[in-house]
Design a protein around this ligand. Structure first.
Ligand SMILES: Cc1ncc(COP(=O)(O)O)c(C=O)c1O
Length: 422
């Protein structure tokens, strides 16, 4: 019989997992292996329940295993799982995406956020005929070569690859700048040759960092002035910050938008879309090549339609915000009272607990957080049956299935954990 131990998993999968953060390296200990999930809970292979704030890293805004979504999947699967030929479902989903995001005039569906961003960057280069791209330190845009690049601390630094295997020649075309600062972007534009600026309009991959007042507007103006493509990577914030994402919340219109996560409701689905003039440069109309065997897959698009249809009606977003505040507001109050070196960033149904006194506004300030303290905090919560992200530099996700009782229970557990650590 197969042994169900982490050691056994490591004999067969690299690091025992299929995506690095799942291995718990940043927080220590061994990951649990999941048997099932329902509502706000995830269950390990021993039947232990955890109140889940990872939620598959964002897709399950309605909670795990929503009955109507599961029903859609079952029914769709009976008609076939992949055709490699167009379906009306893809057209219907494109219509829904365009309704949610008026900046999107045409859409292309892909199978992941990485693929969406990688293709959007190629399209921006093809459209403008320029090569350089500007991104921001601490923003993650998937693992394509051009985007696995960070800058040295502070200032406009030409890219150094974050990963072996990314050619320096390519990394040099990526300029990574501090988030929420506009002056370095202005300076970088003076060098010329900028094809696009890509940004998480609400940063979720250095922990949660909302955009500073005026930052996104200034990016919009600079891109327009210099004929560069503004790309909003809304893989996290799309259908999360509001139905129409961060662009709806802040009233800024990008040229291209990348989507993923909630769009597929837990199935592999991503999308990029935007101005028709740019999108028409894609094959088969234009010369920028992009394709996919499973693109527009019927299971994923059916789930997408079911998900978006539910999200666009009702007052879900206000409820999620109010529920999240049941945890984040008293926690802020508690750490203020105790004068603990803790900062809680939150926006809508996203939040992060940082172990620092400094306000966290960019990657440099996020990195002042004590990751050792975060690891302790994570382990104490896990022992109490609450699953926070196994890394400081990620967001917690609240879903419609989290109850007010869940939030209060988490506050009590977090308060005890902070007392123990600080
Ligand atoms: C903002 C953002 N962009 C892109 C990606 C990549 O998406 P995927 O993991 O589906 O490839 C992620 C993944 O977490 C993300 O958070």
């Amino acid at each position: 019989m197969t042994q169900h131990t982490f050691k056994e998993a490591c004999r067969h999968l690299v690091g025992g997992v299929n995506s690095p953060v799942r291995a718990f390296k940043a927080v220590g200990g061994e990951p649990f292996f999941v048997s099932r999930a329902k509502g706000s809970k995830i269950y390990d292979d021993k039947g232990r329940a955890y109140l889940d704030y990872v939620m598959s890293w964002g897709p399950h805004i309605l909670g795990h295993g929503h009955p109507a979504l599961l029903q859609t999947l079952k029914k769709t699967a009976e008609r076939g799982t992949s055709f490699g030929a167009p379906t009306w479902q893809e057209v219907e989903l494109a219509r829904l995406v365009k309704k949610a995001f008026p900046s999107i005039e045409k859409v292309r569906f892909v199978s992941s956020g990485t693929e969406a961003v990688m293709s959007a960057v190629r399209l921006a280069r093809g459209f403008t005929g320029k090569k350089k791209i500007i991104k921001f330190n601490g923003c993650y845009h998937g693992h394509s070569d051009s985007l696995l690049v960070k800058a040295g601390s502070g200032g406009a630094t030409l890219g150094i690859p974050d990963s072996k295997g990314v050619p320096e020649e390519l990394a040099k075309l990526t300029i990574s700048l501090p988030y929420n600062k506009i002056q370095p972007v202005e300076k970088a534009f003076h060098g010329g040759g900028i094809a696009c600026v890509i940004v998480e309009p609400i940063a979720g991959n250095m922990g949660l960092v909302p955009p500073a007042e005026g930052f996104l507007k200034a990016l919009r103006e600079l891109c327009t002035r210099h004929r560069a493509v503004l790309i909003f990577d809304e893989v996290i914030s799309g259908f999360r910050a509001s139905f129409g994402g961060a662009q709806q919340l802040f009233g800024i219109k990008p040229d291209l938008t990348c989507l993923g996560k909630i769009l597929g409701g837990g199935m592999p689905l991503g999308a990029f879309g935007g101005r028709e003039q740019i999108m028409n440069c894609l094959a088969p109309l234009g010369d920028v090549y992009q394709a996919g065997t499973l693109s527009g897959n019927p299971l994923a698009t059916a789930l997408g339609i079911a998900m978006l249809t539910r999200l666009r009606s009702g007052s879900l977003y206000r409820q999620l915000e109010q529920k999240t505040a049941l945890l984040t507001e008293p926690m802020r109050e508690f750490v203020r009272e105790k004068k603990y070196p803790v900062r809680i960033n939150y926006l809508g149904s996203l939040f992060t607990v940082f172990f620092t006194r400094e306000p966290v506004r960019d990657y440099a300030s996020a990195k002042t957080s004590s990751t050792a303290r975060y690891a302790k905090f994570f382990q104490i919560l896990l022992n109490k049956g609450i699953f926070f992200p196994p890394s400081q530099f990620e967001c917690c996700f609240v879903s419609a299935a989290h109850s007010a009782k869940d939030m209060r229970r988490t506050f009590e557990a977090a308060r005890m954990a902070l007392r123990e650590i600080l």
